[in-house]
Design a protein around this ligand. Structure first.
Ligand SMILES: C[S@@+](CC[C@H](N)C(=O)[O-])C[C@H]1O[C@@H](n2cnc3c(N)ncnc32)[C@H](O)[C@@H]1O
Length: 218
């Protein structure tokens, strides 16, 4: 599974992806994440969308204290780690091959006293969704998970399944291709979607989505 950046100005960004670790100061903590592009590809490097979403969460516009949060396609886990450090109970998920690496990064960056607030588990979009009952989460987070067209139906199905009408979804995206816009159009069929933040330096958009209330009136 490859995510190929085509932008010619991406050389420094590519170099960043090939480093064996990445360090951040977020949520009053130093977070040091291992990266391993050669072994695990896109799931084992930190993408700009994750950094921008963490900075957005740090701004305090979303109340995270005691909230039930799930991160989809977590990769190295940066977003889930920051959400936990900001007080949420977080389930950090990805596909099975990414889990061991993800769990090690989470273990290394969550203080022992907060380890109980974090769980790492498999969630492959569209599969075994009964393990994650509808409405179990107040907030769904995803950074740079809108990128593979063949996964769009399963990702939409997952967002629809997980969301009750009060669940908030925050998707942090770099819009690379027209198909990414098409994903957002599809999302708008069952969710009310607003852009709530744009980082022009990194060209990352954050969208907030809430499931449409079904109008049962005749
Ligand atoms: C571009 S990476 C983003 C990683 C991380 N969120 C970040 O921004 O640094 C996309 C992530 O989506 C995950 N992913 C791709 N297809 C998936 C699927 N069908 N089910 C669950 N996760 C998937 C990948 O394993 C990878 O971790």
């Amino acid at each position: 599974m490859a995510l190929v950046p085509y932008d010619e100005n991406l050389l420094p960004a590519l170099a960043k992806l090939h480093q064996t670790s990445a360090e951040f100061h977020l949520a009053n903590h130093r977070i040091r994440l291992s990266q391993d592009w050669n072994r695990l590809g896109v799931a084992a490097v930190v993408w700009d969308a994750a950094v921008v979403l963490c900075m957005f969460l740090e701004m305090g516009k979303v109340d995270l204290k005691g909230k039930r949060v799930i991160e989809l396609g977590a990769g190295t886990g940066l977003v889930g780690i920051v959400a936990a450090l900001l007080g949420a109970n977080v389930t950090i998920t990805d596909r099975e091959p990414a889990l061991e690496f993800l769990a090690a990064n989470v273990r290394d960056n969550i203080p022992p006293s907060q380890q109980g607030a974090v769980q790492v588990s498999e969630l492959t979009w569209g599969e075994n969704l009964h393990l994650y009952p509808t409405g179990s989460f107040d907030l769904i987070l995803g950074a740079d998970i809108v990128y593979l067209e063949e996964t769009f139906p399963a990702l939409l199905q997952t967002l629809e399944h997980l969301s009750s009408e009060t669940t908030v979804v925050l998707l942090s995206c770099r819009i690379r291709y027209e198909r990414d816009e098409r994903f957002l159009m599809e999302l708008r069929r069952s969710f009310s979607v607003q852009e709530v933040h744009y980082d022009s330096q990194r060209d990352i958009h954050i969208y907030r989505a809430v499931k449409n209330t079904k109008n049962t009136e005749l």
